[in-house]
Design a protein around this ligand. Sequence first.
Ligand code: G3P
Ligand code: MG
Length: 244
Amino acid sequence: MTRSDLPRLIGHRGAAGLAPENTMAAFRAAHAAGCRWVEFDCMLTRDGEIVVHHDDAIDRTTNGTGLMSDIDLAALKTLDAGAWFDPAFAGQRVPTLAEIVALLAELGMGANVEIKPVTGHETETGIAVARFLTASWPENLPPPVVSSFSLAALDAARREGPGLDIAILWEDVPGDWHDHHIRLKASAVHTDAARVSDASIAAFRDADIPFRCYTVNDPDRASALFAKGCQSVFTDFPDRLAQV
Ligand code: G3P
Ligand code: MG
């Protein structure tokens, strides 16, 4: 599956520069800044609920402490996930995947759903996210792109969701990236804008595989990447890059 419907700008963690990352406020901010697509991170709580959150631990982005895999959803929902960013966002909560998907359906935004398992929970997280997306993705939205740095999570997602559009995330592109791409029946590569080499870009082009880059907050950097064939960039500041 080769996608031509993705926009050049994809809001990163909603729009992490404009509002507390991965909260409802961040997705509304991305929409207000003109984003048609957003990226966000998914992991499991102790009781197996899929929530939208980046770090293994909740310390940086909430007023709680500990691993996401050690807290139940009900307790997580009592925590504040906005005030750390700015007191104006006090009262934001860590959202569930279901809550975010409902908001995307309301706003008409597409999404790259990144599977971000707490370490040691790769397979169960891949299965849960793939099962949810296969059963519950809104018909009014374009099909999601599912990505992960975890090959174990992606293997599980592929088994659970044979029809899902999968992209592999690489911080550093390894020599055998294409073997993984074929095995996973992936459609694209997502990689670190600061580390991707011209040799890797040439290899993507030779293989006719689209690539997208995170995290790009500088308009000149975005322009340079687009000139090299990058399909989309993930940005914390879609407002800054709007003119690129
Ligand atoms: O999916 C692109 C990007 O979000 C990957 O890095 O750490 O921000 O999830 P990270
Ligand atoms: Mg991410």
